[in-house]
Design a protein around this ligand. Structure first.
Ligand SMILES: Cc1cc2nc3c(=O)[nH]c(=O)nc-3n(C[C@H](O)[C@H](O)[C@H](O)COP(=O)(O)OP(=O)(O)OC[C@H]3O[C@@H](n4cnc5c(N)ncnc54)[C@H](O)[C@@H]3O)c2cc1C
Length: 399
């Protein structure tokens, strides 16, 4: 069973739904309904529109633009937001570095960054992974060495999503030389226009440019741009990854995608398909998984006992697997209608025809790109390790 909202919570839901719908710029909504590709300007305008209504970062502390909502109101808001065809509420700003700055940053850092993070006047990217340091993040080699009032950064990051449209990067770097590697890391905020920063594109299998390599050569960064205390970066990174993984789970968005597919399958063009055994079996299986995920999400949001990092891992594994299952289902229903499964970029001369469901031309690209959902934010194997360790520890405590 999901949760049972009160009358007041139902009114809150109606208000949030109406406000969100009213503040989403119509051209961005139209683009969201057609395809999943957004420009930096779309991300900025959506953040600015939400921020104007106090809705860009409701989960932050109230002192920095958050809302004094109950856990149920937060859950309702997340579901309403996910149900809307809209760009991401730029997670690098809102779900990742924003909460870290609010929790660990100096007052001056909060003053400087919180408002522009919320209203999209600056966009951040995430500089954690390196060649040879993805799952094993602690072994990263990018260094930041103190030189007077500055730190000098050298090294390389990889798979840096949206570095090419970002104004700033939050970088996990080695600043200390303790015997315990976890105590050697710090998070630095670096202006992407700093001399010595180079961004090189990586084009992914969907033919799009989301990813980059970022190189740092003697980049001078004011020491004040280090978040919290030197050597606290690993603690901050784990805090950030918990937020990141819950966001990647994307359960309300998966619900929306599944509902759109079902509506299309029943719409007439594919009428017989909606009635066939295969379709009914697959749809029922997906519906049951989504319902189970809804319950897990509600429990982790509402139950104070279910707040450990491993719950974020559970949501990430289950949410990303369902996203991929929805894409598989979509491609099997619509594959012929979109001229096969290959995106145009890997299918020269392909026809990105729209057979009726808004966004179907983008489905093949999404299908390919979302193979990565069980990798980014930490692979499913790593999440299962996190879950297993927590369950073993719990079992040990009970024994
Ligand atoms: C589309 C995409 C976007 C990304 N965006 C960003 C970003 O914006 N910023 C950023 O910093 N990073 C980003 N990443 C990087 C991502 O976080 C890493 O790819 C991920 O953590 C895995 O690291 P790796 O690629 O080095 O693989 P590896 O760590 O080398 O893993 C290879 C394989 O070994 C398995 N494995 C490794 N260690 C273990 C273990 N202990 N137990 C069991 N299995 C194990 C993994 O599960 C995987 O199957 C992105 C990645 C992708 C694909």
């Amino acid at each position: 069973m999901d949760f049972q909202p009160s009358e007041a919570e139902l009114r809150f839901q109606q208000e949030i739904r109406a406000t969100l719908a009213a503040c989403l710029p119509p051209d961005i909504r139209a683009r969201a309904e057609r395809s999943a590709l957004f420009s930096a300007d779309d991300f900025r305008r959506w953040l600015a529109a939400l921020d104007a209504h106090g809705l860009a970062a409701p989960n932050w502390p109230t002192a920095y633009g958050g809302r004094d909502w109950t856990p149920t109101q937060r859950l309702i808001f997340g579901r309403e937001l996910g149900a809307l065809p809209a760009p991401w509420v730029y997670p690098f700003n809102i779900a990742m570095i924003g909460p870290v700055i609010c929790a660990f940053g100096s007052d001056a850092m909060k003053q400087r960054f919180c408002a522009p993070l919320r209203d999209g006047s600056i966009l951040f990217c995430q500089g954690f992974s390196e060649p040879g340091a993805g799952s094993d993040l602690v072994s990263l080699r990018t260094s930041a060495v103190r030189d007077g009032d500055d730190l000098i950064v050298n090294g390389q990051k990889i798979w840096t999503s949206y570095a090419h449209i970002s104004d700033w990067i939050f970088l996990l770097a080695r600043t200390e030389t303790n015997p315990k590697p976890q105590q050697n890391l710090s998070i630095l905020l670096i202006d992407m226009k700093s001399p010595g920063v180079t961004v090189r594109p990586i084009v992914s299998i969907d033919g799009q440019h989301h990813l980059n390599e970022v190189f740092f050569e003697d980049v001078r960064v004011p020491a004040d741009n280090l978040v919290g205390q030197p050597g606290d970066g690993w603690t901050q990174a784990k805090f950030l990854l918990g937020h990141e993984r819950t966001t990647i789970a994307g359960i309300p968005e998966a619900q929306r995608e599944f509902r759109a597919l079902q509506a299309f399958a029943r719409s007439g063009d594919f009428g017989p398909l909606a009635d066939c055994d295969w379709h009914a079996r697959e749809a029922t299986r997906l519906e049951a998984r989504l319902e189970a995920l809804n319950m897990l999400e509600a429990r982790t949001a509402l139950d104070p006992e279910m707040q450990g990092l491993h719950f974020a891992s559970m949501l990430k594994v289950a949410g990303t697997e369902v996203q991929q299952q929805i894409d598989d289902f979509a491609i099997r229903i619509l594959g012929p209608g979109i001229g096969g499964v290959a995106p145009e970029s890997v299918r020269p001369g392909g026809n990105p025809a729209e057979p009726g469901l808004p966004g179907t031309a983008a489905l093949a690209g999404r299908f390919f790109y979302r193979r990565a959902a069980t990798i980014y934010g930490g692979t499913s194997e790593i999440q299962r390790n996190v879950i297993a360790r927590a369950l073993f520890a719990e079992a040990g405590e009970r024994a």
